[in-house]
Design a protein around this ligand. Structure first.
Ligand SMILES: *[C@@H]1O[C@H](CO)[C@@H](O)[C@H](O)[C@H]1NC(C)=O
Ligand SMILES: *[C@@H]1O[C@H](CO)[C@@H](O)[C@H](O)[C@H]1NC(C)=O
Ligand SMILES: *[C@@H]1O[C@H](CO)[C@@H](O)[C@H](O)[C@H]1NC(C)=O
Ligand SMILES: [Cu+2]
Length: 812
């Protein structure tokens, strides 16, 4: 403890030293360690009975505070918010401009949480739901929001916990809300820590906190770019479900908007489900508390759709998407009886029906859990692979190859060296081209079990062949023993690992890891990332965002227990930060990438500056440590350019590697700084799946009239198109480019021609040559220049209305 205290003083910022010293002195005297001084001895104090208290947080004494509120209703002054009595409150007026509450703490503290008790006598009137919290050392420069989002709209104490920073001023703002024209605070308390966490941008950075109206236990990236997160039938518990509904929140990373709704359309309590994006981009959520239901989520239209029930009842099963876009599900004895073998079945998006695979036996993948069969088939580490196969990498010590052909099959695939059963460990395909899977930690039993630090790289090849297993990191180990941790593959191929415990106990918050780590496949090492101050253990999720940051959220969902976390935190990986913690400029994808494409296609696109690599990461879905959707495909890019920064890349042809569904394409510059991703639906050249993809809701009855992909028939050919600055000639140039040809746009209109060439530069190699085709010497020079630029000439389309010297152009 002594050492840590020394660190505090060293770590305190210059402005904070005096305040900290004073606070430290009081804290060390013991009696004021929670701030209960003579003059701040409230009759009401926050209690943390139904959520996790601010980690190592101490209530800051309120005697020196000065309050400023944007307005006060008569008889409800600001100061009522800190008078120690829960029966008196500050109330704002009913302004439609929103409200602000500013606290001057009178000194500097490492502030890390705000706890608000709403007016206790008004039911839901006056509740603050949407809010933003800002902090400042000097009232001039405000940092934040350090936390924002939506608190649950029930009349009870609510909290925002954020990374502690030196703060003297704290500002809470709420937007105008027609439903709730005024807001109130019966009691406001602020918590500080007795330590600072040194911040090193080279290790990444934490913040802001997102406050959610639910405890998010499951979450998914959406094709829309938003995030969907959900709990169970209630926002805080999964027990005693009445069934039939789920509480969901959605976050829009662009606007910061957090919304809430109850999903009852699919009659499905989606707690503890299997989740996979099928080959049409529809999220398929199976089983859980309502163990036979299937819910489909069309994120682009924000619509939940009920599908056929599974053949078997399941909870804690795992699912993965096959090379043809169907979804394979296995295990799940946690719900719907554990005396039946939960063998595999397959969901087909084209018919929305399930089919059993009676020979794809679950018995091959059971662990020897001390709690018996209801735990033994939970949370499989599944990877859809070539030719309708599935590689099962764990958590059982036995690995297996499954196949979804005919009646299904299973074949043993060896062990992860000496690894034990690794329940609630993580497995992630960080390089699908090479078939590389990283496995991390877990524990032999689901509950009350010691975690391991075991880490392996498994390389899979052709289905059914033995995989190669190698130790990952020094001695085949992570830096820490972890179970209930979460893992995200980053665009650059590194793998970030968050939270978890040393000794895994559900809904327990001891033996917790606050230091994330990152695996670098190039050096085969694990390294520390920036520490945070919020516990993330059982029931947490981590999801890569399209802007290459990570959301690390949730924990708990245990009713009136102290492990509930109604929030998430954004982690910014080191690749986005300069040495001083500023944002590094990112490359930008400007144009050329389609919303939909097929496996094997060649993409041409334009960026704002030079790039060196690109990668695809499949949209992730995460619950209970399992994210079978997430995988990464490194892409080679080549420059194709006259105008600079136009690139070409070819996608893998095998849909067992490039599993159909939604993918994010990131480009990275020379320093490894990733762009914001372009989200694309990548399909297989299979009419049934393409049709379902165009029409996820099954509304189109006619033949689909989608623009047919243009096949690269003219790959490598060089063509001149005259009169291509506009109209037919321009359209022809576009078709030629999309068919793979290199095109010379010849036109007498210099300005138009150059513009068209620039516009088309994302489609392929194109240049403009000003040519008056009525002049023989111009035409001679056009041909000469074309050959000198492209090395050859294969053909010409004389679209312009004239020919030189009134003669027809011959074919070259
Ligand atoms: C799907 O299942 C439903 C109900 O079992 C059945 O009526 C329907 O014919 C099936 N459709 C297909 C295409 O198999
Ligand atoms: C699948 O199993 C059924 C029932 O046992 C059997 O009749 C059928 O021949 C099997 N199909 C294949 C392709 O093995
Ligand atoms: C939690 O406690 C409150 C107050 O005692 C009670 O109203 C609520 O129903 C409890 N919730 C659960 C999930 O037990
Ligand atoms: Cu659970």
């Amino acid at each position: 403890m002594k050492l840590q205290w020394a660190g505090i003083l060293l770590g305190a910022s210059v402005g904070g030293v005096n305040g900290m010293a004073k606070y430290m002195h009081e804290a060390m005297r013991g009696e004021r360690i929670s701030g209960y001084g003579k003059s701040d001895n409230p009759s009401w104090l926050p209690e943390f009975k139904d959520e996790s208290r601010p980690y190592q947080g101490h209530r800051i004494p309120r005697t020196e505070w000065t309050l400023t509120c944007s307005s006060s209703a008569p008889g409800f002054p600001c100061k009522n918010a800190i008078d120690g009595k829960s029966t008196t409150a500050w109330r704002s007026d009913s302004s439609d401009k929103g409200h602000t509450f500013i606290v001057d703490l009178g000194a500097w503290y490492q502030v890390g949480a705000v706890v608000v008790l709403p007016p206790t006598d008004t039911d839901t009137e006056g509740l603050i739901t949407q809010h933003k919290i800002w902090v400042s050392e000097d009232h001039e420069k405000w940092t934040g929001p350090v936390a924002y989002g939506m608190w649950p709209s029930v009349n009870r104490q609510r909290m925002s916990a954020f990374e502690p920073s030196s703060t003297r001023y704290l500002r809470i703002t709420t937007d105008a809300d027609k439903e709730n024209p005024w807001v109130g605070i019966a009691e406001l308390n602020i918590y500080g820590t007795l330590y600072t966490i040194p911040r090193d941008p080279a290790l990444g950075a934490w913040g802001p906190t997102l406050d959610f109206p639910i405890v998010p236990v499951s979450g998914a990236q959406e094709g829309s770019g938003m995030l969907a997160l959900w709990s169970s039938w209630a926002d805080d518990q999964f027990h005693s479900t009445p069934g039939g509904k789920t509480v969901m929140t959605r976050w829009d990373p662009l606007t910061g908007d957090v919304s809430k709704r109850t999903v009852s359309e699919t009659h499905h309590d989606m707690f503890c489900p299997g989740i996979s994006y099928d080959g049409t981009g529809m999220m398929v959520v199976t089983g859980g508390n309502d163990a036979s239901e299937t819910s489909l989520y069309d994120s682009v239209n924000d619509e939940w759709i009920r599908a056929t029930e599974m053949k078997l009842r399941r909870g804690y099963q795992a699912s993965t998407t096959l090379s043809d876009g169907r979804v394979f599900v296995i295990g799940g004895s946690w719900a719907g009886a554990s005396n039946v073998d939960k063998d595999a079945e397959v969901y087909d998006p084209a018919t929305r029906n399930w089919t059993m695979l009676p020979e794809a036996k679950v018995s091959a993948m059971l662990t020897e859990d001390m709690e018996g069969p209801w735990r033994a088939d939970n949370h499989g580490w599944l990877f859809g692979w070539k030719d309708l196969s599935v590689f099962q990498a764990g958590p059982s010590k036995q690995m297996n190859w499954y196949s979804a052909r005919d009646n299904g099959s299973v074949k043993a695939a060896g062990y992860r060296m000496q690894d034990e059963d690794s329940m609630s460990g993580n497995a992630i395909m960080f390089d699908a081209v090479k078939g590389k899977i990283l496995t991390l930690g877990g524990s032999p039993d689901y509950d009350k079990s010691w975690a391991t630090d075991a880490a392996h790289v498994i390389t899979i090849g052709e289905p059914g062949t033995p995989p190669k297993v190698e130790p990952a990191g020094r001695g085949g180990a992570m830096l820490y023993d972890r179970v209930f941790h979460t893992t995200v593959v980053l665009p650059d191929g590194k793998v970030a690992i968050f939270g978890g415990q040393k000794f895994g106990v559900a809904f327990n918050e001891e033996n917790v890891h606050f230091i994330p780590e990152i695996y670098d496949p190039e050096t085969n090492t694990f390294n520390k990332l920036q520490q945070n101050n919020v516990v993330r253990v059982y029931h947490t999720v981590s999801i890569l965002l399209p802007d290459a940051r990570v959301l690390n959220a949730g924990g708990g969902l245990c009713g009136n227990c102290t492990a509930n976390h109604y929030d998430g935190q954004i982690f910014t990986p080191p690749y986005l930060l300069t040495a001083s913690g500023q944002r590094r400029p990112r490359p930008e994808i400007l144009s050329g990438l389609p919303d939909r494409t097929l496996v094997g296609s060649t993409l041409r696109f334009k960026t704002s500056g030079p790039i060196s690599t690109a990668s695809l990461i499949r949209l992730g879905t995460n619950t209970h440590t399992v994210n079978t959707d997430q995988r990464r495909i490194p892409l080679d890019v080549t420059a194709t350019t006259f105008f600079g920064n136009t690139w070409k890349t070819t996608l893998p042809k095998d849909s067992g590697i490039l599993i159909p569904g939604y993918w994010m394409l990131f480009v990275m510059d020379r320093d490894g700084v990733p762009s914001i991703a372009k989200i694309m639906m990548i399909g297989v050249d299979n009419r049934k799946t393409i049709q379902a993809a165009q029409d996820p809701l099954g509304m189109i009855e006619e033949e689909n009239d989608v623009e047919a992909p243009i096949f690269p028939l003219l790959e490598g050919k060089v063509a001149i198109i005259t009169g291509a600055a506009q109209g037919m000639g321009k359209a022809t140039a576009s078709v030629f480019l999309r068919a793979g040809a290199k095109v010379v746009i010849a036109d007498v209109k210099a300005e138009h021609g150059a513009q068209v060439a620039e516009e088309f530069s994302a489609l392929g190699e194109v240049c403009f040559l000003k040519t008056d085709i009525s002049k023989s010497e111009d035409v001679q020079s056009l041909i000469k220049q074309t050959v000198s630029v492209f090395g050859r000439l294969d053909g010409a389309i004389n679209n312009a209305a004239m020919s030189p010297d009134q003669n027809l152009l011959i074919d070259f």
